[in-house]
Each structure stands twice: as structure tokens, then as C-alpha cells.
Write a protein that binds this ligand. Structure first.
Ligand SMILES: Cc1cc2nc3c(=O)[nH]c(=O)nc-3n(C[C@H](O)[C@H](O)[C@H](O)COP(=O)(O)O)c2cc1C
Length: 171
């Protein structure tokens, strides 16, 4: 599949829906050793005069080992309702237990020396700018008691605020 490089300013679509509705794959690691997982929490916007994408990863995810070890990731955003069975598998099975990259039914591709997925509608290449784990003592009760019911304090999401270096759209 062919992709065209655009600038972050040219990216079309509703930033809320890009994650919440469309879903994405966060992929980190090297071309030889990487992992991917489905994400539907994320933001795209502006910070410190830079175009940024923020993603949220719990330490229990296998992907976390890779986001911690990597400086750059890809975020492969899918079209609305596209590839849902595959994204559901990649969002419920762990790379610890299955060969996700070869058995997911999606096609890994190389972008700027990183792995992403060919069936995506938009691929972002991003570089970590600032990352920090959520602090349990600062979470609103409402969030602690719903989103993190039964979750240990040290397994709250880590937020990775990343600068967007490349934006590719499917032709
Ligand atoms: C629709 C959907 C959205 C998800 N969003 C996130 C997310 O934003 N952050 C996160 O840590 N896990 C999220 N998950 C859960 C991970 O994708 C899931 O735990 C996955 O199996 C982790 O794989 P891994 O162990 O190979 O990293 C989501 C799952 C689904 C199905």
C-alpha cells in the first residue's frame, strides 16, 4: 500500500475520533525485535510549540518493555471500523504469548527505520519528549475507582508525550 508524507498541519480528521473511534496500533522496538498493541487512548495536539502525540501504556503490557527501551515509536491509526477483529486480537493477546507480528493478519511495514502496519490509514512516527507514570495520589477518586479499580499503584499508565516527526496517509 502506498503512503504519502504530509505535515502535521495537513492531517485531517477529528483528533478525538482518531483514537477513541478509529483505534491505533502502538509499535515500539527495532526492526528485528518489536511489539505492538492496540490503543484507543491518545491525544494529538501542541506542546512547547511542537506537534505532539501522547500515548498511555501500562507497565504490565509487553509493549511497555519496548516503549521504555525505544526513543522512537510508530502509531498506526486505522480507518473507522476497519480491521476490528485483528485490532481486538492485538488488544487482548500479549506478545508474550503469541507471535503477534506474524499471526495478527496485518502486514508489518518499515517506515523511517521503524515498524508500522500497512493497513493503517495514517501512520505517525514519533519521538519521546517527556514521559512520566501517573501518580496515584493525584488521581481523582472518580478515575481511580472506575478506570483503575483493582489496579496496583505501580501499574497505572505511563504517559509518553512524543513529538510527531512524520505523518503518512494512505493514498
Ligand atoms: C480498543 C482497545 C484499546 C486499548 N487501549 C489501550 C491503551 O490506550 N493503553 C494500554 O496500556 N492498553 C490498551 N489496551 C490494552 C492492550 O492493547 C492489551 O493489554 C494488549 O494485549 C497488550 O499487549 P502486549 O502485552 O503485547 O503489549 C487497549 C485494548 C483495546 C482492545
Amino acid at each position: 500500500m502506498a503512503f504519502r508524507k504530509i505535515t502535521p498541519r495537513e492531517l485531517e480528521g477529528n483528533a478525538y475520533n482518531l483514537f477513541n473511534e478509529d483505534w491505533a496500533l502502538l509499535t515500539a522496538g527495532t526492526l528485528e525485535d518489536y511489539n505492538t498493541m492496540t490503543i484507543s487512548w491518545g491525544t494529538i495536539g501542541c506542546l512547547w510549540n511542537r506537534p505532539v502525540c501522547t500515548v498511555f501504556v501500562r507497565p504490565c503490557r509487553h509493549t511497555y518493555k519496548y516503549t521504555e527501551a525505544s526513543e522512537r515509536f510508530t502509531v498506526s491509526i486505522f480507518g473507522k471500523d476497519e480491521y476490528r477483529p485483528q485490532l481486538m486480537t492485538l488488544g487482548t493477546k500479549s506478545g508474550r504469548d503469541m507471535d503477534k507480528m506474524n499471526d495478527s493478519g496485518l502486514t508489518p511495514t518499515n517506515v523511517e527505520g521503524l515498524k508500522a502496519f500497512e493497513e493503517a490509514r495514517v501512520i505517525l512516527t514519533v519521538r519521546k519528549l517527556y514521559d512520566q507514570q501517573f501518580d496515584a495520589s493525584l488521581l481523582p477518586d472518580e478515575v481511580r475507582n472506575t478506570n483503575y479499580k483493582g489496579v496496583a499503584d505501580d501499574d497505572l499508565h505511563r504517559q509518553y508525550i512524543c513529538v510527531i516527526e512524520g505523518v503518512y496517509v494512505r493514498e
